[in-house]
Design a protein around this ligand. Structure first.
Ligand code: 6PG
Length: 242
């Protein structure tokens, strides 16, 4: 597919590829994740991955399962969680459980989710302690919202704070308004960061991201050499870069 190493004025380098459909995007992203996992496992014995909520990441989890990727040496974390009752269908952890973890063999001790049974501040504090022992991650996966948010870092909210590694957001514009999220710094400073976006509703946010606009996703990606996987709709407004 239309795959190119792109140099943007604003990113030092971005490994950006555009795919004809969300399915092809998911397949390509799954292959890259499998490659990074193999590399991490051969070098360090395990693969530490931070997963994302949202539809495009979900399709990528389905592609991983369709290709029978072995997760037994993976350690799974989440970049953010919706603060909802532990049994809620809408939790990012529940989506990951349904689409990925329940369909493969992985030890429960390798799964590291937020404890939404605790009060938000306590859950954030405990997740931060857990992350401190896991840094750096081999891969952080991210989605992007139409407003340019990533993880639960929304424009103009209390999440714009780097003093802690995990934050409680009480004023998210996307439901639920209370969320737990890794901060800009903790999402950025890792071995690989991958952003996935598909659909026309993402094209304005993606164009702002690629031209260095004031969107939270840019604040995470600009500190790294990001892997960016887009479908043609999400990429349709990207400004020419060369
Ligand atoms: C969530 C995620 C959020 C998501 C984006 C994109 O809780 O939904 O944390 O950051 O990745 O909103 O989601 P879609 O791909 O579903 O639009």
């Amino acid at each position: 597919m239309d795959k190119s190493k792109v140099r943007y004025k604003t990113f030092k380098h971005a490994d950006l590829s555009v795919w004809a459909s969300p399915q092809l995007l998911a397949l390509a992203a799954a292959k890259k994740i499998a490659f990074l996992a193999e590399d991490a496992i051969s070098q360090r014995g395990c693969f530490k991955i931070v997963l994302a909520g949202g539809n495009t990441p979900k399709m990528t989890y389905e592609a991983l399962i369709a290709h029978s990727i072995d997760l037994s040496d993976w350690h799974i974390y989440l970049g953010d969680e919706r603060y909802l009752p532990p049994s809620s269908y809408e939790l990012n952890s529940q989506m990951v459980e349904r689409t990925l973890l329940s369909k493969t063999k992985i030890s429960p001790k390798n799964i590291h989710f937020f404890d939404v049974g605790k009060p938000p501040a306590r859950a954030a504090y405990e997740y931060q302690s857990l992350l401190q022992n896991a840094y750096p991650f081999d891969l952080v996966m991210l989605g992007i919202g139409g407003d340019g948010h990533t993880a639960s870092l929304f424009p103009g909210t209390s999440s714009v704070d780097d003093s802690e590694m995990v934050l409680v957001v009480n004023d998210a514009p996307k439901s639920p308004s209370t969320r737990l999220t890794m901060s800009f710094d903790s999402l950025s400073n890792n071995r690989n960061v991958m952003l996935l976006a598909s659909g026309l509703d993402k094209c304005v946010a993606v164009s702002k991201l690629c031209s260095g606009g004031e969107v939270p996703a840019f604040q995470v990606l600009s500190r790294n050499t990001p892997l960016i996987y887009l479908d043609k709709d999400a990429a349709s407004l990207i400004p020419s870069s060369r």
